[in-house]
Design a protein around this ligand. Structure first.
Ligand code: ADP
Ligand code: 5SP
Length: 497
């Protein structure tokens, strides 16, 4: 039998790095190595030292190889998919000047509002970049840095996104892809390039930014000697451009070229995201009109408070995360980090409907309901913004693909099922972001379209058989309306005024 060829797909997300050691031919997931990150910050601040991501990447690759029982010499390619939007600032020798500002750092909310006003309103941003700046977007973080940490902003020789930073460590080449670039708000999904006028406005020079490769699967270089030594992999293997984590999950699911929103995806991680592949450029202020890893489109909406916020409520109550019952009268909006969708960056969590007979289990259930409601309502808005009526029985019956860490949790699945009333598909592969990155690595190493590679892998492996298809439950409209009414009435107080 010929020796296996193996590629490594890396998911460097908010809480951890996962390295998927994947058979390049069949897509079989041979092992997943993991290493945690450290996120620090009080109030609206959320930061991580990029060196932590690099060390976690090295540790996760080593753990994955060890678990697979393979030596590094069978690996032919590597790609990184990273948490979107984070601002990494480097000195002239490529060293981080300070910790990165993460996607869920809300300190740049005032800068976001100022940028929106400067360009003449949200529509102008949608037309130019595809996306209206909120505190998550990189452009607002760069402006925040210039206003609040001018010494480091002045000293900045290069600006990177989290995945670009790691890719550069691997290949020594400054490169990104259309997908992650589209989350900066200084890249235009209309032109497929950085917007020179926006760069000027932000005080950024294009020479400080990475080149945008044609796709996340483009081979942008080869593993350098020093990276090879750090990772225990052969020098010279293919390094792909990589992409953002949501874009990578879309690749892993084989989404691309699909009809508009035929395959909505709900990701339950630190963030809650809803997205779908589209060939039509989204142009609505109600969603983030990101690019996909291949320059087609990935309309997306994202909440800041999902699994981490609900786990926090469980730990405050001293309960296991699956010790929850439906919330009953209690409504808990777990906006512990402020919120992005709806745009309430300075909000905090809110509890209403408490009675003498409310149980801790109901309070936890209410936190699940609040988080799930928020992201499911964002899905309805996304559908509407794309010209579909979420109440149309045909649209409402399209299955929702559930991914991310939360999709492994019984209570998450039950809550989404009950509040959405949709059929759910929980893909057999629990690591879609890393699998998508592996498809990008396979494309860089051996050619071929990453989405086609992932589709072939899904078809050939047991993944498709292992997909859990759950029929719809009758929608719990009572809870839906109760939570919606609290959110609508509380939006102003939640703004934190
Ligand atoms: N079995 C499980 N049940 C419920 N939640 C889970 C389970 N396993 C992991 N999670 C949740 O998944 C989250 C991590 O998901 P992940 O998608 O890896 O996050 P991120 O990409 O933001 O780092 C954790 O916050 C945890 O709450
Ligand atoms: O900001 C977004 C999407 O726009 C987030 O989805 C980040 O990409 C972080 O993802 P997770 O760590 O929650 O997977």
């Amino acid at each position: 039998m010929p020796p296996r060829t193996v590629v490594i797909g890396v998911d460097s997300s908010t809480q951890s790095t996962k390295a998927a050691v994947t058979d390049a031919e069949t897509g079989e997931l041979l092992a997943v190595g993991r290493a945690p990150h450290v996120v620090t910050g009080e109030g609206g601040a959320r930061e991580t030292d990029p060196e932590i991501w690099w060390r976690a990447l090295c540790d996760a690759v080593a753990a994955g190889l060890k678990e697979s029982g393979l030596s590094g010499s069978s690996v032919t390619g590597i790609a990184v998919a990273g948490q979107q939007h984070g601002l990494v600032v480097l000195d002239g020798s490529g060293r981080p000047l300070r910790p990165a500002l993460l996607w869920n750092d809300t300190r740049s909310a005032p800068q976001a509002s100022a940028l929106v006003a400067e360009l003449g309103g949200p529509e102008a941003w949608t037309a130019r970049t595809g996306t209206v700046p909120v505190a998550s977007m990189t452009a607002t973080k760069w402006r925040w840095l210039r206003e609040n940490d001018p010494a480091n902003a002045e000293a900045t020789a290069a600006v990177r996104l989290p995945h670009d930073f790691l890719t550069e460590r691997l290949a020594g080449v400054a490169a990104t892809d259309p997908g992650d670039a589209s989350g900066t708000c200084w890249y235009s999904t209309e032109t497929g390039a950085y917007d020179p006028d926006l760069l000027d406005r932000l005080g950024l020079d294009a020479s400080m930014l990475p080149e945008v490769a044609a796709t996340g699967g483009t081979r942008i270089g080869s593993l350098t000697e020093s990276a090879a030594e750090a990772l225990g992999l052969p020098a010279g293997i293919a390094v792909a451009a990589g992409t953002g984590d949501n874009m990578s999950a879309a690749v892993g699911l084989g989404l691309g070229g699909a009809g508009l929103l035929d395959h909505p995806v709900l990701s339950l991680g630190t963030s809650g995201t809803v997205f779908a592949a589209s060939r039509t450029r989204p142009a609505s202020t109600a969603l983030s009109g990101f690019a996909a890893a291949d320059g087609t489109y990935l309309p997306l909406a994202c909440t800041l408070n999902c699994t981490l916020a609900v786990d926090k409520v469980a730990s405050l109550l001293g309960l296991h995360r699956d010790d929850a019952t439906p919330g009953g009268e209690a409504v808990l909006l777990p906006y512990l980090d402020g919120e992005r969708t709806p745009d309430l960056p300075t909000s905090a969590g809110l509890l209403t409907g408490l009675r003498h007979d409310t149980t801790p289990q109901q309070l936890l259930g209410a936190a699940y309901e609040g988080a799930a409601f928020t992201v499911l309502r964002a899905l309805d808005e996304l559908l509407r913004a794309c010209g579909l009526d979420p109440a149309d029985p045909e649209v409402a019956s399209r299955p929702l693909r559930l991914i991310g860490g939360g999709a492994q949790g019984r209570t998450w699945v039950e809550t989404v099922r009950r509040l959405s009333g949709r059929p759910l598909i929980v893909p057999g592969s629990g690591e879609l972001v890393a699998l998508g990155a592996a498809a990008l690595a396979a494309s860089a190493a051996g050619g071929g379209d990453p989405v086609a590679i992932a589709t072939r892998w899904n078809a050939r492996s047991d993944n498709a058989d292992a997909d859990a298809g759950l029929p719809p439950l009758e929608r719990d409209t009572e809870t839906w309306e109760r939570v919606g009414s609290v959110l609508d009435r509380a939006a102003q107080p939640l703004l934190g005024g």
